[in-house]
Design a protein around this ligand. Structure first.
Ligand code: ADP
Ligand code: ZN
Length: 206
């Protein structure tokens, strides 16, 4: 099963992606995580994209498409994948049609005014890649999964969130119509608890 998750920043994509990957035994491929690993490892790719990501803009399509194409060619993706954060615009979506066309695209639909609250309360763990909301943490400094120090992502500040939402509206939201006309789109209501959203996703995926 080849699954793509769509949704605005802060819609809960990453959280749902981890749950889907576990339940359906699919490799979870998050372009955001891959870029952040490269930034913290100071690789050539990381150095190239750091300023772009910190400003809330999209990394170049050629770099991003090559990265995903390469990752999807690995043995663990031969029976399917779960893509989180790719495609993010029509150029990327068309490229994906050529190298690994998705069977189902799930759009997690959230009210855009909920987004800011969700993202500004987000704390991330650089050690295990987890991300959590302060409303659900008993200690907002320590990762509940691995004990690592929680941080606020550089692109989770109010100004950068604004830019990311603009990028989402202009570049990513048009993918909803693209996949609707391909007949693979399923929409779930993301204005709900983590478990309730996951239940809807399981219904969709069967
Ligand atoms: P979000 O919380 O918005 O879902 P991600 O972790 O998916 O954030 O992505 C963080 C940043 O990484 C994006 O704002 C963008 O700069 C970069 N990025 C991630 N995926 C892509 C992509 N498919 N194309 C271009 N840039 C990307
Ligand atoms: Zn952790």
């Amino acid at each position: 099963m080849k699954v793509v998750l769509l949704g605005a920043p802060g819609c809960g994509k990453g959280t749902q992606a981890s749950k889907i990957a576990e339940e359906y035994n699919l490799p979870h491929i998050s372009t955001g995580d891959i870029f952040r690993e490269n930034i913290s490892g100071k690789t050539e790719l990381g150095l190239k994209v750091k300023a772009i990501i910190d400003s809330g803009n999209l990394c170049p399509d050629d770099v991003t498409c090559d990265l995903v194409k390469d990752r999807l060619s690995k043995p663990d993706c031969q029976n399917g994948y779960l893509l989180d954060g790719f495609p993010r615009n029509l150029v990327q979506a068309r490229a994906l049609e050529d190298f690994a066309k998705p069977d189902v695209v799930i759009d997690i639909d959230v009210d855009l005014d909920l987004i800011e609250k969700r993202i500004t309360g987000r704390r991330s763990c650089p050690k295990c890649g987890g991300s959590f909301h302060i409303d659900f943490l008993s200690n907002d400094k320590m990762c509940p999964t691995c004990g690592g120090d929680l941080t606020i992502r550089k692109d989770d500040t109010p100004e950068v969130i604004k830019e990311r939402l603009t990028v989402y509206k202009n570049s990513t939201a048009p993918l909803i119509d693209f996949y609707k006309s391909n007949g693979v789109l399923k929409v779930v209501d993301g204005n709900n608890t983590i478990d309730a959203v996951f239940e809807q996703i399981k219904k969709v995926l069967g």
